[in-house]
Design a protein around this ligand. Structure first.
Ligand code: TAP
Length: 489
């Protein structure tokens, strides 16, 4: 499979100025896939300068024309779907059935949505005092820095670049070092689609050096970040120099509530998807199961037997339902929470270890894990970011609302109930940017995505995203220029 391995700056694939590279590993067995150029501070400066040069013409391009390029990119993503799916599976460990069925189609869908959106962002006219006209336009912010994580690298490039480009901004995007491959392939497709040089620059790099430099850069007017809450806090500090706009999509600890009137087969299946899809490496994962005490045993019977039957294996095998975690450090982090469960007096109901299969011994695999612990325990409060779900029980709506809202996070959460009134009431009471009722983890480019509290601020997707990537400009006109405006004497 041909892989792009160089930085994409100013429309060309180039080496890092000092020749640095990153070794990209296959999470299935930690063998080397390839070496990719690693941008340093000087390369970030080159990329930002290219984006700055490209900005005026891109901003002034007819919006429909910007949209046309994004629509062309969406088509190219579909034309290259098989290759993109394979690269993403190889690089991240997502099962090929998921990259083929979810990641790649959602990526094309997102570029297409924002391609269509480019010429739909309208301003407004404000009804002000007679004799004056006040209109409001939306202007692109300028050069935008975007830092993305390793859990959905392909899809997140579209979530970030789609609205930014549609709105007329130019972009410097830093993929995570562990998963740079599909972002670079997107660079190739953008060049093929005809995006002008410099409009998009793709720079795999270390977050701690080059990523920080991008977030501090005086010529970057906005930084959009997805990743851990701890790095999100640093990004806010880095932004202070030029007071750049900040958008943060951070961690989560999704409450997934199952009421005693839920349709249990659906709740069991949906709750397994909520936590085990992508090996639980999702900010919106349903990582806290809150079960009504009347159905807890019956639910757990079905849920544990489903968890125990999930087929772990090589992500490129079409039969694989769960792949490895994306890095050894993430595998270690998840296994450490199994130790913490015991230390805190909790109980591991299933999993809690690497699989016994010797064929998976060199990979970053962890078995689907379900633990019972106290709501205030670390395993019920901290983001584990793996196939690891805690279980608590409750007996009333009031109690479960309090439990659901008892962490610092507020990103996504779900509930399963056939009582319409209860579902709406509890959805309204959950302190969460997104709530799913009788489903989980639904996303669509038209629907705002983001959180509250330690899950960050700002919204991706939909009109909200277009507002995130534009500034309002208010223009006042004295309609009759012969009449001087009122001046008190
Ligand atoms: P982070 O360190 O937050 O990495 C996310 C991105 O930020 C990567 O591109 C990373 O670059 C970059 N980065 C790291 N330090 C930076 C800095 N000082 N300045 C600018 N950019 C910086 O996440 P992680 O360490 O990979 O994962 C740790 C935990 O974060 C996970 O266990 C999970 O809880 C959470 N996480 C959340 C999400 C979502 S979707 N909210 C995604 C990933 C991880 P590198 O290439 O150097 O890593």
């Amino acid at each position: 499979m041909p892989l792009q391995t160089k930085l994409f700056i100013d429309g060309e694939f180039v080496e890092a100025e000092d020749g640095s590279t990153i070794t990209v590993l296959n999470p299935h067995d930690n063998s080397e896939i390839t070496q990719v150029a690693q941008a340093q501070v000087a390369d970030i400066d080159r990329a930002v300068a290219a984006a700055k040069r490209a900005f005026p013409a891109w901003r002034d391009m007819q919006a429909a024309e910007r949209g046309r390029l994004l629509l062309r990119l969406a088509d190219l993503v579909e034309d290259n779907a098989e290759e993109l799916a394979r690269i993403e599976s190889l690089d991240t460990g997502h099962p090929i059935r998921d990259t083929t069925g979810l990641d790649v189609p959602r990526t094309a869908f997102t570029y297409r949505y924002f391609g269509g959106m480019a010429d739909k962002v309208q301003g407004s006219v404000v009804p002000v005092e007679p004799g004056f006209l006040n209109y409001v336009t939306r202007e692109p912010v300028g050069v935008v820095g975007q830092i993305i994580p390793w859990n959905f690298p392909l899809m997140f490039t579209s979530w970030k670049m789609g609205p930014a480009l549609a709105a007329g901004n130019t972009v410097v995007i830093k993929p995570a070092q562990v998963t740079p491959l599909t972002a670079l392939k997107i660079g190739e497709l953008m060049a093929e689609a005809g995006f002008p040089p410099g409009v998009v620059n793709i720079v795999p790099a270390s977050g701690r050096t080059a990523g920080q430099h991008l977030a501090e850069h005086p010529d970057v007017q906005k930084i959009a970040f997805t990743g851990s809450t701890s790095v999100g806090r640093k990004i806010v500090n880095y932004s202070a120099g030029n007071l750049k706009r900040v958008q943060l999509e951070l961690g989560g600890k999704g409450a997934n509530i199952v009421f005693d009137d839920a349709f249990l087969p659906g709740a069991i299946n949906g709750s397994a998807f909520a936590i085990f899809h992508n090996q639980g490496q999702a900010c919106i994962a349903g990582s806290r199961l809150l079960l009504h005490e009347r159905i807890a045993d019956e639910f757990l019977d079905g849920f544990l037997s489903l968890a125990g039957s999930i087929r772990l294996g090589n992500p490129l095998d079409p039969d694989t339902e769960m792949g490895p975690l994306t890095s050894t450090s993430q595998q270690k982090a998840v296994l450490s929470y199994c130790d913490i469960t015991y230390q805190e007096g909790g109980e591991i109901l299933i999993g809690g270890k690497r699989p016994d299969d010797p064929g998976l011994a060199d990979g970053n695999y962890v078995e689907p894990t379900v633990v019972r612990a106290q709501p205030e325990d670390r395993v019920c409060q901290e983001e584990v970011f793996g196939p690891f779900v805690s279980v608590n029980t409750f007996s009333s709506d009031e109690e479960v609302i309090e439990l659901a809202n008892s962490t610092e996070y507020g990103l996504g959460g779900g509930l399963w109930s056939r009582d319409l009134s209860r579902a709406h009431k509890v959805a309204g009471a959950m302190r969460s940017g997104m709530v799913w009722v009788n489903c989980y983890k639904r996303v669509n480019p038209g629907s705002p995505f983001g959180g509250v509290g330690s899950s960050g601020y700002g919204r991706e997707m939909g009109f909200e995203a277009m507002h995130e990537y534009t500034d309002a400009k208010s223009v006042w006109v004295n309609v009759d220029a012969q009449i001087p405006p009122y001046y008190p004497r």
